[in-house]
Design a protein around this ligand. Sequence first.
Ligand SMILES: *Cc1c(COP(=O)(O)O)cnc(C)c1O
Length: 227
Amino acid sequence: MVTPLLLADRLAHVRAQIDTAAHAAARDPAEITLVAVSKFHPATSVQEAIQAGQRVFGENRVQEAAAKFPALRATHPDIRLHLIGGLQTNKARDAVRLADMIESLDRPALSDALAKAADMEGRMPDLLIEVNTGDEPQKFGVPREQADAFIRASRARFGDRLKGLMCIPPAEQNPVPHFQLLRSMAQVHGLSVLSMGMSADYPQAIAQGATLVRVGTAIFGPRPATA
Ligand SMILES: *Cc1c(COP(=O)(O)O)cnc(C)c1O
């Protein structure tokens, strides 16, 4: 199909695809939250998406989120920000201040930093644990074999703030087995949120139980070359 030219049309198309995928899987589309990934795109594009009814956004760098979102929130207090990128411990305090959800908890040192930041800020975002389902050495995410122990420890530490799991399957592989692995891990631990699926594969992720899909390019178009 031809990609629509206007952001509002691309967004409507993605929403329609989500509905179709949900119905095909006998799921209620209302169970699925679209996270519009606005990284590298200007605040004006985020504003366009807000005008078109989008409310949940994803950014992968704390500094960029800090530059864009406080002003957007001032005019649109109901938008939600998810931080979806690998997080350095020295950014934990800004992350806790800015985010409604951090999707990339992946190691004990980051848990420590987030807990300390939460004490200082007097708030704690919702959390997802990122699992490196492909065990790729260069990637963020807790390695598969450490995931169970890390999920248990995080549950004990953060209680209900820990909502679920996130994964980014290896780019060159069929994502479906990765989605299935993430779903089964979440089931074992009684976690309800499953963040999986990006522009290339969100319908497949929905078929496998995704409750959050993180879609950038299909909404905002290609990212500027500085990416
Ligand atoms: C950039 C990014 C996305 C969105 O990717 P698209 O292919 O542009 O949809 C999703 N998740 C994470 C973690 C990202 O960094």
